[in-house]
Write a protein that binds this ligand. Structure first.
Ligand code: SF4
Length: 390
């Protein structure tokens, strides 16, 4: 399958990428993805950025054999870049490939035609005949009925039978995440989920109960946003405060990955790595996924010191006060901008919100701030989001 050349991967860059895995990171651990039975690397590559083909090759050659993408990322360009790299490297068979339907999440009798059409586009761009796991992208609370819709279930099962997808899944970082995970576990047709899961959120009782149900149903469990903004918030983390991490040669971001893997529930951590240093650091974190008690204590201190700056997405507390403004989404987009440096992506997402969901003039943000159980300065953060993203 071929899509017109969307990327500029020259022959020499391609050869360089093939030759240059990251040194010193051999033996990346593998895990079995729940009921799928598939084995893959515990570190996955997130692709919602302007992908460099030679970097993708370097990650593949280093043993990162789980790729998470979506038709939504870079307006389908991420799929095109990956398709070219996988075809030219001959590594498609080595990779567990996930992509997502983010543009036609429909139910009812139209479901099969809609999903098949979106999937055909992804297969074409990815230059492959099958997707290992096909997701519903970014399921929100209002979309829970889709997960219970027999037409959606039948559509995914038909795609499975056709051989175009091997497994069915969803991704989620919605405020109703626990409910969505529970429904997925009960659905009988969802094989895999990818959720926001990190050292800030994994202790939440509702999240833990939902994850228990997902583990009991033997779903494949994949985590995203595992670093929980560990590297951000320099204003409350003056140099030297976490010198012990630095002295040991690893960073808070690595400790955050280790914390998720050491718990033992999550099989794959998907990380948005954009350069070789990040790749090397994340691989090192997966190679030794244990934290000493002292390390755990340091990370817990960091969590406490920064909890008033990290929005956990629990909009059920603040949004009823905010007159229809999407506080949790907007603060997530601000994090994409300020912590991950994905300014263009953050602006696009912000500007795609309905006018009513970003009209700060009508929102009582003071009341929203008072309702936030984590003490976020909602008024200040929302004003900053508007000035940076509008
Ligand atoms: S501002 Fe506070 S209450 Fe609102 S979503 Fe973020 S952490 Fe939750």
């Amino acid at each position: 399958m071929a899509t017109a050349g969307a990327t500029a991967l020259t022959a020499s860059a391609f050869e360089r990428g093939l030759a240059q895995g990251v040194k010193g990171t051999a033996g990346l651990p593998t895990a079995t993805l729940g009921k799928t039975g598939a084995k893959t690397s515990t570190l996955g590559m997130g692709t919602s950025w302007s992908l460099s083909p030679s970097f993708v090759l370097a990650a593949l050659k280093s043993g990162v054999h789980y790729i998470d993408t979506s038709e939504n990322y870079e307006n389908t360009l991420a799929e095109k870049v990956l398709g070219e790299v996988l075809e030219r490297s001959g590594m498609r068979k080595d990779v567990y490939l996930v992509t997502k339907n983010g543009r036609a999440k429909v139910g009812g009798p139209q479901a099969f035609a809609a999903y098949e059409k979106r999937l055909t586009g992804s297969l074409d761009r990815l230059r492959t005949d099958y997707i290992d796991c096909y997701y519903l992208h970014g399921i929100e609370g209002r979309e829970i009925p889709l997960l219970k819709d027999p037409d959606v279930k039948a559509a995914f099962e038909k795609l499975k039978k056709s051989g175009k997808i091997k497994f069915c899944g969803l991704s989620c970082h919605d405020r109703q995440l626990p409910e969505i995970v529970t429904v997925a576990a009960e659905s009988g047709w969802i094989d895999q989920i990818m959720i926001q899961y990190n050292y800030r959120t994994m202790g939440n009782d509702d999240v833990r109960r939902a994850m228990d149900a997902a583990a009991k149903a033997n779903l494949a469990l994949v985590a995203m946003k595992t670093q929980g903004g560990a590297g951000g918030f320099k204003e409350v983390n003056p140099a030297g405060k976490f010198q012990e991490f630095v002295d040991k040669g690893f960073k808070k971001q690595q400790a955050a990955i280790k914390t998720v893997l050491a718990e033992g529930r999550i099989q794959v951590v998907v990380s948005e790595m954009t350069n070789r240093d990040m790749l090397r650091e994340n691989m090192a974190a997966c190679l030794e996924p244990k934290l000493s008690l002292r390390d755990q204590e340091l990370l817990e201190r960091h969590r406490l010191a920064t909890s008033h700056l990290y929005c956990q997405g629990c909009g059920q507390h603040c949004e009823p006060q905010a007159g229809g403004v999407a506080v949790a989404d907007i603060l997530r987009f601000l994090r994409y901008d300020e912590v991950y440096g994905k300014t263009r992506n953050a602006r696009e997402l912000y500007q795609a919100l309905p006018e009513s969901a970003r009209n700060l003039a009508t929102a009582n943000l003071t009341a929203a701030q008072a309702a936030c159980p984590h003490g976020l300065p909602v008024v200040e953060l929302m004003a900053r989001a508007e000035s940076r993203l509008a």
